[in-house]
Write a protein that binds this ligand. Structure first.
Ligand code: PEP
Length: 265
C-alpha cells in the first residue's frame, strides 16, 4: 500500500459529561493549552476534535467561530432518519447546521446500551455522508470475541457490514476501540492496535479501493493517556486516537494531542 501522509486526528469523546457552560470553559482552556504546541510544531501537527453532548454543540460552535479556534467538533451520534416523529433523535442535517465536522457512529456504548445494529449503523453512515459530515465509525471486539475469534475478526465484520452499501470514495475515519480496553485502564498494546489497523485498512482497500484506504484515518481508542500515546503514534497504520476519560482533563488531553506523529519519539 502506498505511503501517504494522513493528518493525524486526536479526538475527545466527552460522552455524557460537561454541560454547555463547562464545555465553553473546557474548549477555551484546551485552545490555550494547545497554542504553545502549535507554535512549536506548526501546521504539521494533529487535528484536534471534541465530541460534546448535543446540548453543548451550539455553545461550542459559537465559541470556536467567534474566536477562530483551531479545534473542530462533532456529534456523538446521529439519527438514521431525516426528520419527523422520532422523539429524542438528532438528524445529520441538524448537526451540519451547527458546523459539526464529524459524527461518531457505532460507539460500543451505543451498540451495547442502545442495541444499535450493523444494519442501522450502515444507514447512519449513509446519512452522515449525505449531510456532509465525516463519520467516525467505531469498531471493536469484546474480551470474549478476542478469546474466541482473535483481535481482527469482529472489527472487520463490523466494518464490512457498515460499508456494504457504500460506493465511491467517502471521506470517513475508523476508530478501532477494543471494548475490553474502553474505560478499563488496560489499553491494547501498540502492536495489537497496528495489527488490527492494518487489517482494517486492507479491508477498506478491498471494498473501496487503495486510494480510499490510503486516505482513511484509523484511530486507536481504549484507555489512551499521555503516558501511552507515543507507542500508538509510532505505528504506521494508526493515525491518532479516540480518547474518552482522559479527554475530560484538559491538561492530559492537550498532552496527548501534543504528541505529534512526526516527532517520532
Ligand atoms: C471511548 O469511550 O471512546 C474511549 C476510548 O474511552 P476511554 O479513553 O476512557 O477508554
Amino acid at each position: 500500500m502506498a505511503q501517504v501522509s494522513r493528518i493525524p486526528l486526536i479526538a475527545g469523546n466527552w460522552k455524557m459529561n460537561l454541560d454547555h457552560l463547562q464545555a465553553i470553559a473546557t474548549v477555551q482552556k484546551l485552545d490555550w493549552t494547545l497554542k504553545d504546541a502549535r507554535h512549536d510544531y506548526g501546521a504539521a501537527g494533529s487535528e484536534v476534535a471534541v465530541f460534546p453532548p448535543f446540548t453543548d454543540l451550539r455553545s461550542v460552535q459559537n465559541l470556536i467561530a467567534a474566536d477562530k479556534l483551531d479545534i473542530v467538533f462533532g456529534g456523538q451520534d446521529l439519527s438514521e432518519h431525516e426528520a419527523g416523529a422520532y422523539t429524542g433523535e438528532i438528524s445529520g442535517a441538524f448537526l451540519k447546521g451547527l458546523d459539526c465536522t464529524y459524527v461518531l457512529i457505532g460507539h460500543s456504548e451505543r451498540r451495547t446500551l442502545h442495541g444499535e445494529t450493523d444494519q442501522q449503523l450502515a444507514r447512519k453512515f449513509s446519512s452522515a455522508v449525505k449531510h456532509g459530515l465525516v463519520p467516525v465509525l467505531c469498531v471493536g471486539e469484546t474480551a470474549d470475541d478476542l478469546e474466541v475469534h482473535g483481535p481482527s475478526a469482529v472489527p472487520v465484520a463490523q466494518l464490512r457490514a457498515t460499508l456494504a452499501g457504500v460506493t465511491g470514495t467517502p471521506n470517513f475515519v475508523i476508530a478501532y476501540e477494543p471494548v475490553w480496553a474502553i474505560g478499563s485502564g488496560q489499553a491494547a498494546t501498540p502492536d495489537q492496535a497496528e495489527q488490527v489497523a492494518a487489517t482494517l485498512r486492507a479491508t477498506v482497500a478491498e471494498l473501496l479501493g487503495e486510494e480510499t484506504a490510503d486516505a482513511t484515518r484509523i484511530l486507536y481508542g481504549g484507555s489512551v493517556k499521555s503516558s501511552n500515546i507515543a507507542g500508538f503514534m509510532r505505528q504506521p497504520n494508526v493515525d491518532g486516537a479516540l480518547v474518552g476519560g482522559a479527554s475530560l482533563d484538559v491538561t492530559e488531553f492537550a498532552s496527548i494531542a501534543r504528541f505529534q506523529k512526526h516527532v517520532g519519539t
